[in-house]
Design a protein around this ligand. Structure first.
Ligand code: AMP
Length: 362
């Protein structure tokens, strides 16, 4: 890996962000607070991030000419969306400093590479097996057992491309429902709860984690995040140490979100990692001394990392689809902080905003 420059990218510089969703939007707002300009690169015309940013390039992630022009106009490039082609990242790297590095993106884009990487680094995951056909799936089920979960290896999110497999499941149908040529069958983890840790890592290698939080999903989409997570101090320390270990192994500069299952035996298994801000970190915007978005900007620009101290107990609730219609009522709650993403259409399953409700710190 190439040596990373340790000098900071000063306020007034331009941060290029690949992807224009709400994560980019909230990053751009945090960057503006520190005096940076943001340039968003996104294929969609009216993306949430472009509306709060100084500059916007609307182009496909495969448009090399547009990517080169974008890269030449910014001081550092980062991602709020990691599923962009390898060649595009390589091209960016030839023009400008890119943080985090391509390896971290590549590993997190692919559930198989991700699980192999984690296990090779001594981090446990659910048992898993690769499958490339319905026949393969049958072999995998014989090995992993049921219940299990069949997932697409790439491009799956919020439960898309996932099928639960029980002993009654028709495996030919499960394979076609999953809808991809490469799948991974995972043993179903009967978890006690799901938690996540978000850790920032600076160019110097310093890591600073937010405390673990408890995540509840409904229909595979994150519904609420509660801080603190309600786990023992030992498990808390273990979860943070694991997240820092993964961030260091990936040589991340920026943020890493690590989603974990707490098993019934009080063990931790990693489910997924993401080298960027994460929905389960939105609570930090109002509940912490530094938000995950400001921390992200600090990390990629080589600024001192901020305090991750929790100032309030916080419950973050996603506003999905029509939930957003409650905005006026939420504004009347004295302990609620509303964040809306400026999306015009409240489609089913679409993340429209979130609310952070603050409670006294315990
Ligand atoms: P993912 O897209 O992998 O983050 O999965 C979305 C959600 O599905 C997770 O947050 C869990 O609630 C559930 N899930 C995914 N994989 C498993 C598993 N192997 N065992 C139990 N639940 C799972």
């Amino acid at each position: 890996m190439t040596a990373e420059p340790l000098n900071s990218i000063p306020s007034g510089s331009t941060i290029g962000i690949i992807g224009g969703g709400q994560l980019g939007r909230m990053t751009a707002i945090a960057a503006a607070n520190l005096g940076y300009h943001c340039h968003i690169f996104c294929p969609e015309e009216r993306c949430p991030a472009s509306k709060v940013s100084a500059e916007f390039t609307q182009a496909e992630y495969t448009d090399h000419e547009a990517l080169a022009r974008f890269a030449d106009s910014v001081d550092v490039v980062t991602f709020e969306f990691e599923n962009i082609p390898h060649e595009s990242v390589q091209l960016l790297t030839e023009h400008v400093l890119v943080r985090p590095n391509w390896d971290a993106l590549k590993i997190s884009q692919d559930r198989l590479i991700e699980k192999d990487f984690l296990n090779q680094n001594g981090i446990s995951t659910a048992s898993y097996k690769r499958a490339t056909s319905a026949e393969d799936l049958k072999t995998a089920v014989a090995e992993i057992g049921t219940p299990s979960v069949l997932k697409t290896v790439r491009l799956g999110y919020d439960g898309k491309g996932q099928v639960k497999v029980t002993e009654d499941t028709n495996l030919d149908e499960a394979w076609s429902t999953m809808g991809s040529e490469l799948g991974v069958l995972e043993g179903f983890v009967p978890f006690e709860r799901e938690i996540s840790v978000i850790v920032a890592r600076a160019p110097s290698g310093e890591c600073r984690a937010f405390e673990p939080v408890h995540n509840v999903h409904t229909n595979h989409i994150l519904d609420t995040t509660t801080a603190p997570a309600g786990i023992s101090p030992q498990l808390r320390d273990k979860a943070i140490a694991m997240a820092e270990q993964v961030a260091t192994a990936l040589d991340i500069i920026g943020l890493l979100a690590v989603e974990m299952f707490v098993t019934n035996e009080d063990d931790l298994l990693v489910n997924e990692i993401a080298p960027r801000p994460h929905n389960s970190g939105h609570w930090t915007m109002d509940g912490c001394a530094t938000s995950q978005f400001e921390q992200f900007v600090r990390a990629i620009c080589g600024l001192p990392l901020g305090s991750t101290e929790r100032l309030h107990n916080t419950v973050m609730t996603n506003l999905i689809g029509d939930d957003v219609n409650d905005w006026e009522e939420i504004l009347t709650e004295p302990n609620a902080h509303l964040h809306l993403y400026g999306k015009r259409e409240a489609r089913t399953g679409r993340k429209m905003g979130h609310v952070n409700r603050l409670f006294p710190k315990t």
